[in-house]
Structures are given as C-alpha cells and as structure tokens.
Write a protein that binds this ligand. Structure first.
Ligand SMILES: [Mn+2]
Length: 338
C-alpha cells in the first residue's frame, strides 16, 4: 500500500485502481481492513478505487460494510456495475464479481454503457478466454478483445497474480507482492498514461515487490561442471537475504559431483531468507574412479560398492535406492573432508 502510494507520487498519478482481491477472503480480520484504510488515508495525494474480486466479492456484505465504514474520503468503493466518473471527461466501467465463481462474463455490459464523449476505462476481475486461472479461483470469461469492442482506452484486469499484457490496451497488473514460485515475472504495478482516446495507452511496469521468489531448476548431465552451473543460477549476494530460493536438481551426475554440489548448496543456504534444494530427481553415474575417493580397498570400499550397486538397481524400491544414495553421499562427504 505504502509502496504503491510512493510510486503514484513519484510518477504524478492521481488515482490507484485495485482490480479485485485486495482482501484474499470475505472475512478478513477487522485489523486488516482498518489498517489498509489507514494506509490509504495517509496517502492523501491519491484517490484509491477499490473493486471487489472473486475472493472479496461484492456480496461479502460484512466485509464491504466495514470497508465503507472505515474508508477515508480518498477511497472510492465500486460494488456495482455502473459507470463512475473518475475525473471530468474520463469514466470508469467496473465489473465487480458478485460471487466466488460468477461463471459468466461480467464485462458484457461495457459495450452498451452510454458515457457520452468521455474517455472510457474498464476494470474487471477474472480470466480471459482460453486462459486457465483455476488455481487462483477465477472463473469469469472475459473476451480478449473486450477493450476494442467496448471502445475502451484501457482495460485493467485482476485475478492473475503475475503481470501480463493481453494486448496493448489490456493488462493484468499482477499482485504487488509474489505469493508463490508460480509466476516468473517481477511483482509490479502498472503506470498507465492515456493521452487521448485515439492514442494507445502508455503502460510502464513499476516494480513493487520486496521479496523475490526464485525457483532455479538445475538439470545436469554427467559431463556438466555442476558447481559452475550452480554458481550461475545463484542471485547476486546482496539480493539473497530477501530471496526465497528453491532449487530442484534433476538429470545425472557422478557421485563426487553430487556431493560437491550438495556441499556448495549447504554453504550458500544461510545467505538466503529461505533456501531449499531437492536432489531426489538426480540420477547417479557410476564410476569406479569415484569410489577410489572413498578408499581403494577394505571395509569402506566394500560398503561403498554395495551402496553404489543398490542405488542404481532399478529392481529395488525407490525409497531403498534413495536411502543407498544418501548413505553413499555421506561416505563421499566424509572421504572428501578427510
Ligand atoms: Mn481472483
């Protein structure tokens, strides 16, 4: 909220439009609503326009009753699909969802809406045609050419958490902060400048996120230098303290390369806000030279050979192979430390 307000000030934007799911549920704690309204009140240089989404739909009466009750003068709540004059000569057409799964296109009224000579801007929430947002709960179907068909200078969309253009005049702004590894895009708001009804809107992405979610897949072949590849996917040192880093490792690697990589990941883990690796998808390349690192002969060497055989024996259960692999990795770790 404060970040959005600061960006609006920096870029001389007079209005901030929130395209739904401002609250991720129909019954947020009263403190959440009050504190959101307080933050909006403090940003007195800007007018906030709130439209329900499907998670905070318009029929969540207690939620919106409290929002309206707590709302300062610079907050406008649009619960109904009716034209709203933003400034003289510019009208906003909102399509607020009235339930969790509206199941129909709520923007179809835009085309027939009479707004005189005013510039028309649409605001909607849900998925566009052929676009699956089921994981995020959307269900309405918005035609991808709605802006053109309804004579809109711009159509702002909510529901999808990643930022995405649908056309030059239609965008998902995305959530201002990421909430998962799903979207690879940088969380950001959109600065939309409409100079005239005929000209295309100028759309600029303004980063808003403070936490980075990074999933880096490391797919190895046996000839790869795993340590070098690992170095390459790591974010810069200064960014790591605010990065959630998840690294699934797949492909195949020599035992020594695997152990060296495991040690490298353990070594960098404390740099991160959160760090996870998953080696369960990494197969093993067997090589007698590798086992020499443990010992040339004797009990340790015999144990290592047994584990190496078990780790690659596809007749054994996956958990047995995994256990053998883990034990072998420990043996290599001790050998490399010794
Ligand atoms: Mn939604």
């Amino acid at each position: 909220m404060n970040k959005l307000a600061a960006l609006a000030k920096e870029n001389a934007a007079s209005h901030i439009l929130l395209a739904g799911d401002t609250f991720d549920q129909t019954t947020p704690a009263p403190t959440v609503i009050r504190q959101a309204m307080n933050a909006m009140r403090a940003a007195e240089h800007v007018v906030w326009i709130l439209m329900p989404g499907n998670h905070d739909h318009a029929n969540a009466t207690e939620l919106w009753r409290q929002v309206v009750q707590d709302a300062p003068e610079n907050v406008v709540v649009l619960l109904k699909p009716a034209p709203h004059e933003i400034v003289k000569g510019a009208v906003l057409l909102p399509a607020p969802p009235s339930e969790r799964h509206p199941g129909r296109d709520l923007t179809d009224w835009f085309e027939g809406a009479g707004t005189g000579d005013a510039l028309r801007i649409g605001l909607a929430h849900g998925s566009v045609t052929d676009f699956d947002s089921s994981e995020e709960g959307g269900s309405s179907i918005i035609p991808i050419d709605r802006a053109r068909r309804a004579g809109l200078a711009y159509l702002g969309l909510g529901d999808w958490h990643g930022q995405m253009p649908i056309g030059t005049d239609t965008w998902y702004s995305g959530a201002p902060e990421a909430d998962g590894f799903k979207h690879a895009t940088t969380p950001a708001a959109l600065l939309v400048e409409i100079l005239s009804a005929g000209a295309p809107a100028k759309v600029t992405s303004l980063p808003t996120g403070s936490i980075t979610w990074q999933r880096a897949r490391l797919d190895l072949t046996e000839d790869d230098d795993a340590a070098a590849l690992h170095d390459r996917v790591l974010p810069p040192l200064a960014a790591r303290a605010l990065t959630l880093f998840d690294m699934p490792v797949t492909g195949r690697a020599h035992a020594l390369a695997r152990v060296a990589l495991e040690q490298a990941t353990v070594n960098v883990a404390p740099d991160f806000l959160w760090h996870r690796t998953d080696f369960s998808g990494l197969g093993m390349v067997h090589d007698t030279d590798d086992l020499d690192a443990i010992d040339h002969r004797g009990a340790l060497r015999a144990a290592a050979e047994t584990l190496a055989t078990e780790a690659s024996d596809t007749r054994l259960a996956p958990e047995v192979r995994e256990a053998a692999q883990v034990a072998l990795s420990h043996l290599f770790s001790y050998a490399l430390e010794a």
